[in-house]
Design a protein around this ligand. Structure first.
Ligand SMILES: Nc1ncnc2c1ncn2[C@@H]1O[C@H](COP(=O)(O)OP(=O)(O)OP(=O)(O)O)[C@@H](O)[C@H]1O
Ligand SMILES: [Mg+2]
Length: 387
């Protein structure tokens, strides 16, 4: 278990994973206004970030957005052009990698092919000040931690991809770093193994209490693994929050579109009453009630965003606040859910995701090709975005 900070007391432990405690904790890692330029190109731009002890924090973003560069600066392989980095209250900015309480598992975590699993893990201790027997004990402990105790004598080519990934993790954890940086740790694994390994990573993090910073471009992975995540674009941090916050309350079109799929509409604010706003949405064919955001004024152009799973389909009009008629254009059945493409009278096509909760026959679906349907959604599911 991660140690709760003394100031926060016992209340911290009562929060499930993914829910940020209300109590302000002192950050364990503080990245303060960090910029990295390579010549005239800015790879990381004024990043400020605080990470708590024992978190699994993910950096999520597309290729080239600066994730690896930010990790390399934390590890000390790259100097920030501007800004400072603190770990456990100590300024790390000018310390070399080996003097930082940090280890990094690289994007391609090459194991040594000619060494056994055991020797690969022991390699992680090569600079450690330990006796041979302490070293052997630690290797045993690490192999037990990643559940590979029986495979210590094998060579990397004699074990599976997921097992190789765990050897690399054991090697990176062997020196007991306070912070482990993992750059795309699961990228080499297939979907099933990835999902299983995500849970193992969470479990290992929980047992060691090490703070993990994980880089990924896979949004589902970031949402599953992390206590909190930062969405990055072009070297900048766009939003920081837990999985629910970034998925349900995106702060920009970029974040809304990057995490999950979403329907965007051009809209205009008609009026605001308390915490509700009514916006005109020509493509839907009428006004929409949505939860207001601060600073709206009538006449203001705005973007309305609705996730496909928040739209309900029915054959008849319901009494929902927001209901619009359309026609089923396409239908894809995926087993656990179905994806509908609905054509609106305006010509706009919407994506609707419907969970197949019941086991139904061929002719009992909610709607079929070319059926006239009603689309409805709750005002709370309608997201308004200014940019
Ligand atoms: N040493 C370097 N010199 C010049 N440009 C660099 C250097 N290292 C990285 N860059 C550039 O900085 C940007 C960010 O690179 P970085 O490796 O941090 O991206 P990333 O988010 O990790 O991407 P990926 O998901 O593809 O691994 C890229 O445009 C890259 O080309
Ligand atoms: Mg990278």
């Amino acid at each position: 278990m991660p140690e709760p900070s003394p100031a926060a007391g016992a209340t911290v432990a009562q929060f499930p994973r993914g829910v940020a405690p209300a109590v302000k904790e002192t950050p364990f890692i503080r990245i303060d206004g960090v910029t990295k330029r390579f010549g005239s190109f800015t790879a990381v731009s004024s990043v400020s970030l605080e990470i708590r002890k024992g978190e699994i924090f993910s950096l999520l973003g597309g290729s080239g957005c600066g994730k690896t560069t930010l990790l390399r600066m934390l590890a000390g392989f790259e100097d920030p052009t501007e800004g400072r980095i603190f770990i456990d209250g100590q300024d790390m900015t000018d310390l070399p990698p080996y003097e930082r309480p940090v280890n990094m598992m690289f994007q391609s975590y090459a194991l040594f092919p000619h060494m056994t699993v055991e020797r690969n893990v022991a390699y992680g201790l090569k600079h450690a000040d330990m006796t041979a027997s302490q070293r052997a004990d630690r290797v045993r402990e690490m192999l037990a931690l990643v559940q590979l105790s029986d495979l210590g004598q094998r060579k990397p080519h004699q074990i599976s991809g997921g097992q190789r990934q765990r050897v690399a993790l054991a090697r990176a954890l062997a020196k007991q770093p306070k912070v482990l940086l993992l750059d795309e740790p699961l990228a080499a694994l297939d979907k099933k193994l990835r999902e299983a390994t995500q849970f193992e990573l969470m479990d290992i993090q929980d047992r060691t209490g090490t703070t993990f910073i994980v880089v990924t471009h896979d949004q589902e992975e970031a949402m599953t693994l992390s206590s909190r995540l930062a969405v990055m674009d072009k070297g900048r941090i766009m939003q920081i929050g837990n999985a629910t916050e970034v998925y349900e309350y995106p702060n920009s079109k970029f974040v809304a579109g990057f995490i999950g799929s979403i329907n965007f509409f051009d809209a205009t604010v008609r009026d605001i009453k308390g915490d509700m706003a009514r916006v005109d949405v020509p493509e839907l064919g009428g006004p929409v009630d949505a939860r207001a955001i601060p600073g709206l004024v009538p006449g203001q152009p705005i973007t309305l965003a609705i996730r496909p799973e928040k739209l309900s389909l029915s054959r008849t009009r319901t009494d929902a606040a927001n209901a619009f008629p359309g026609t089923v254009r396409e239908l894809a059945y995926f087993g656990k859910d179905s994806l509908y493409r609905i054509l609106m009278p305006s010509g706009r096509i919407l994506s609707v995701n419907s969970v197949n909760a019941r086991r139904v026959g061929e002719n009992e679906r909610v709607a079929d090709w070319e059926d006239a349907v009603w689309l409805s959604f709750d005002p709370a599911a309608a997201i308004l975005l200014k940019d």
